[in-house]
Ligand binder design. Structure first.
Ligand code: 3EB
Length: 332
């Protein structure tokens, strides 16, 4: 059984069974926990603490390791890892930017680790990079990342459509290419959104290579079903809708999450997931939009757990992106 806990304290105390997690918010000079922690340093909005620690816990024995710069923990058929690569360590060449090279390398290392560990199925990936909308060498950095990511999927014989993980790809200020992932011994069940073109089928208008992710996945640690909804934005078909209208984009994003959750209901083994039971992370491009977003979401998701942060979204015309997850126990 995997559990997820939020803790507002500066340092989260070890209770045993930590698989890994994230610290979201202000950079702290406090000591980070010993388990793999993704540092998501971005301003929290509307929070009462400077940072939040989010931790996945297992009630099975945990094994720890390090491999090619990936710190990982595994327990009972689930593996969580983090990797940060410094782009300047990768040469910038005419055919391949530093970011593209770093992205491909990060994913190659992840796939090597998963194969070695007998946990071949990549379930969920959290991707963060600096200056995500900046164009260098004639191509936006998010699009450079997409080339490197897809190259690694293909090189490692994983295919770049259909059976791909849930993900988010978000811009943070400064820093390295910063990736966390959860993988497992059992395959994920991919879930697509009937209102949207699958991201891996986006036309070339959005970059030379399509993004490699599913709209959501259902995954099955022992005795459990977890729904991971990927970063979800105001996109219908493949086009951004409601440009410049943050309330419209918030409603459309939630309509998309509703559609994905509806699709998941056809594929899940447990009772259908509902919007009010999901935990949400909401990325808002402009901090000034926070109250409008919060007021718009309130009637749509009730008392659900939500963490808001200010960050860049991977298309310049997107004002926010929302990701979510929930877990059900499976009865035998
Ligand atoms: C979109 O739907 C919005 O590249 O991994 C959302 C989730 C988005 C994941 C990714 C991108 C990614 O295209 C952007």
């Amino acid at each position: 059984m995997l559990r997820f806990v939020f803790s507002p304290s500066a340092v989260s105390r070890e209770t045993g069974g930590e698989l890994g997690g994230a610290v979201v918010g202000e950079p702290s000079n406090g000591v980070l926990p010993a388990w793999p922690v993704q540092r998501v340093f971005a301003p929290l909005l509307g929070a009462t603490s400077a940072a939040i620690h989010e931790t996945w816990l297992s009630d099975h024995p945990v094994r720890a390791g390090r491999s090619e710069g990936i710190g990982w923990h595994r327990a009972d058929g689930v593996l969580y890892g983090t990797i940060e690569l410094n782009e300047v360590d990768f040469p910038d060449t005419p055919g391949c930017s530093s970011l593209q090279a770093a992205s491909a390398e990060a994913y190659r290392r992840i796939f090597r680790l998963l194969d070695e560990q007998g946990m071949p199925h990549l379930w969920r990936v959290w991707n963060y990079l600096g200056n995500i909308n900046l164009e260098t060498g004639g191509l936006e950095r998010y699009r450079q990342f997409n080339i490197g990511r897809q190259d690694a999927f293909l090189e490692c014989h994983r295919g770049a459509t259909g059976n791909v993980p849930a993900a988010c790809a978000i811009g943070l200020i400064g820093g390295s290419l910063n990736i966390a992932f959860m993988a497992g011994a059992t395959p994920a069940v991919p879930v697509e959104n009937p209102r949207q073109v699958s991201a891996y089928n986006y036309p070339a208008d959005y970059g030379p290579r399509s993004p490699t992710f599913s709209r959501a996945v259902l995954v099955h640690p022992e005795g459990q079903e977890i729904l991971f909804v990927s970063g979800t934005a105001s996109i219908v078909g493949h086009q951004t809708v409601h440009p410049g209208d943050v309330v419209g984009q918030t409603r459309e994003s939630m309509a998309n999450i509703g559609a994905v959750v509806g699709e998941a209901a056809r594929l899940c083994r447990s009772p259908a997931f509902v919007l009010a039971e999901l935990s949400y992370r909401v990325y808002i491009r402009h901090a000034r939009d926070f109250q409008k977003v919060r007021d718009t979401l309130k009637p749509l998701i009730g008392e659900a757990e939500i963490v808001y942060l200010q960050a860049d979204i991977c298309r310049h015309d997107l004002l926010l992106e929302i990701e979510a997850f929930a877990s059900h126990a499976l009865e035998n």
